[in-house]
Design a protein around this ligand. Structure first.
Ligand SMILES: Nc1ncnc2c1ncn2[C@@H]1O[C@H](COP(=O)(O)OP(=O)(O)O)[C@@H](O)[C@H]1O
Ligand SMILES: [Mg+2]
Length: 140
């Protein structure tokens, strides 16, 4: 479903993540776009809770991939920020991750070529006053 919403606080962004996470199916891929500090990781924290994952979620900027198991589906959390080529993602097992569970990638727009056509793209913008605007649509 396409749409656009404004979120004033980190708690509201977390709640959006929980709502999205609550009805994700295995094989789902989400692409998160937006500048540093936009709230991409904050959204994933909510997403993990929505999937029933009980542990801590942290930014995979340096490790590229965090795996969260123990919820309804395995959740694979990637950050493309430091990835330089699509080949690095393929070597990491990108295709297998998509088969095994739910995949969420921060900075997804850096490598549109690896995203399945049905990827849900979630774009976050800063608003004046500290809020965030979130737009959702399919990958283009
Ligand atoms: N409306 C909001 N939505 C999401 N995060 C917000 C919001 N307002 C302030 N923040 C803060 O902005 C920061 C976003 O950080 P993070 O989620 O790591 O961003 P990113 O992963 O996009 O770089 C957090 O410190 C969060 O508390
Ligand atoms: Mg992040």
């Amino acid at each position: 479903m396409d749409g656009e919403w404004d979120y004033g606080t980190p708690e509201e962004m977390h709640a959006l993540g929980r709502q999205i996470g609550a009805d994700l199916r295995p094989g789902a891929c989400l692409g998160l776009c937006g500048p540093l500090g936009a709230g991409k990781t904050q959204l994933v924290k909510g997403l993990a809770v929505g999937l029933g994952y009980p542990g801590e979620v942290t930014s995979p900027t340096f490790s590229l991939l965090h795996e969260y198991r123990g919820g309804r589906e395995a959740l694979f959390h990637l950050d493309f920020y430091r990835v330089e080529t699509e080949g690095e993602l393929i070597d990491l097992g990108w295709d297998e991750l998509l088969e095994e569970g739910v995949v969420v990638a921060e900075w997804a727009d850096k490598f549109p070529g690896v995203l399945p056509p049905e990827t849900r793209m979630i774009r976050i913008e800063h608003l004046e006053g500290g809020g965030r605007r979130v737009r959702e649509g399919v990958a283009d």
